[in-house]
Design a binder for this molecule. Structure first.
Ligand SMILES: *[C@@H]1O[C@H](CO)[C@@H](O)[C@H](O)[C@H]1NC(C)=O
Ligand SMILES: *[C@@H]1O[C@H](CO)[C@@H](O)[C@H](O)[C@H]1NC(C)=O
Ligand SMILES: *[C@@H]1O[C@H](CO)[C@@H](O)[C@H](O)[C@H]1NC(C)=O
Ligand SMILES: *[C@@H]1O[C@H](CO)[C@@H](O)[C@H](O)[C@H]1NC(C)=O
Length: 365
């Protein structure tokens, strides 16, 4: 077994921000496994605020978080543009694969190709599969993230040489994490899409964009791809706050949409693995682990799952969750959610290690 061999070789202790009990041991074990097998040379990220490391700081949009109290538990208390008090899932995944501690934003001038060669995020908060979603707050649409990726490949070829760059692209883990905004920021909020599509037709429309995107990545040499599913969207504090009739419980119809859409993405994954030779496409589903945390916060050491840490925890995100906001909690690690739409660092760490353990281990073989 890979596990035991690695453990025998290396007894390095790695400390992580995680729970007491067995979960922590499991996580450290995974880190040991990952540190010793450099099968993944880089992590390449596409998506929305779940994985944006600060690209929106460099475009004209109000969908930003590069101010306090965002990042107050990040390395040095820096507000980087991550929608979190600390690290986002891709940072934990990068570390789990023995790469850098963070995956930097492509548009951030503090970084260059010598950093991006190990990991890069093209993600943009408030974007979606649908162009109409990225239009709402003028953020980076998915098709432009692909354009950036083409530019990145050119730079990588110059930096590493074409042979090594091609190898890196083929071995790198490409992560896609988006879709929530298509429903909550667009379909159910802005007039237009709901006149044209039923929710189920809209799911199919989005899945076809995901399919074309994966085929484009494949055409550009990517082989290891993770297609991220939706979390239980109805359990985001913002949705619970507005669910007054439902006693501020999770909004069932939004969770149903998440489940339906996830099933479509899962089926797409099965089909594309058959159609595209050499591809290793996985479906990473955060739904059940997130729902389990939200329904059983105490099991994970959390005190609250229904309201967020920042400000009143009921509505605020972005500029509404700012330094001036009173009431913010003092210890974010007791909360499942940081702002009304985004998990805390601790939740991100739990979900990331769950995905590494249950889905990404096959990339280490
Ligand atoms: C990247 O930036 C570092 C300093 O921040 C610099 O030393 C290095 O030469 C740069 N590399 C490239 C390839 O531009
Ligand atoms: C989104 O916009 C881009 C650029 O205009 C276009 O190429 C693409 O076809 C559009 N996608 C969809 C699904 O309409
Ligand atoms: C690198 O990949 C590109 C695109 O797939 C291909 O055209 C090129 O021949 C490859 N170069 C090397 C040196 O393998
Ligand atoms: C997904 O695939 C399963 C098994 O082939 C099938 O029963 C199901 O109807 C499919 N679901 C969707 C949403 O396409």
């Amino acid at each position: 077994m890979l596990h035991s061999k690695v453990i025998m070789k290396k007894h390095r202790k790695i400390t992580l921000p995680c729970l007491p009990h067995t979960f922590c041991i499991l996580l450290q074990l995974l880190f040991l496994v990952a540190k010793s097998s450099a099968k993944i040379p880089a992590i390449i990220v596409f998506g929305d605020s779940s994985v944006d490391a600060g690209n929106n700081n460099f475009i004209p949009t109000i969908a930003r978080s590069n101010f306090e109290p965002y990042g107050r538990d990040f390395d040095g208390g820096k507000a980087t543009g991550r929608f979190c008090n600390g690290k986002i899932p891709t940072d934990f995944i990068s570390e789990a694969f023995g790469l850098k501690k963070y995956v930097p934003a492509y548009l951030d001038p503090k970084y260059n190709i010598s950093d991006f060669a190990f990991g890069v995020s093209f993600a943009s908060a408030a974007t979606g599969y649908d162009n109409a979603t990225s239009d709402v707050l003028s953020v980076i649409p998915l098709w432009r993230q692909l354009e950036y990726y083409r530019g990145y490949q050119k730079k990588l070829s110059t930096y590493l040489g074409e042979t090594k760059a091609n190898e890196t692209i083929a071995e790198a883990l490409h992560l896609m994490s988006l879709g929530t905004n298509d429903f909550l920021e667009n379909y159910y909020t802005i007039p237009g899409r709901a006149d044209r599509f039923t929710p189920q037709q809209y799911e199919t429309f989005l899945a076809s964009i995901a399919e074309n995107f994966i085929k484009s990545l494949y055409g550009l040499g990517a082989r290891k791809i993770s297609l991220g599913g939706l979390p239980p969207m109805g359990c985001l504090p913002l949705e619970r706050t507005t669910n007054v009739m439902g006693g501020n419980d999770c909004v069932a119809r939004y969770n149903t949409i998440s489940l339906e859409f996830n099933e479509k993405l899962k089926n797409l994954t099965t089909r594309l693995n058959q159609e595209l030779p050499g591809i290793k496409l996985v479906f990473s589903n955060p739904y059940y682990i997130m729902l389990h945390i939200v329904k059983n916060p105490g099991l994970y050491g959390f005190e609250s799952a229904s309201v967020a840490c920042c400000a009143t925890g009921m509505f605020e995100m972005g500029y509404a969750c700012s330094r001036g906001s009173m009431f913010s909690c003092s210890d974010a690690s007791k909360y499942v959610f940081w702002d009304s739409f985004h998990p805390t660092e601790r939740t991100n760490s739990i979900v990331a290690s769950y995905v590494v353990e249950h889905v990404f281990t096959q990339f280490l073989k």
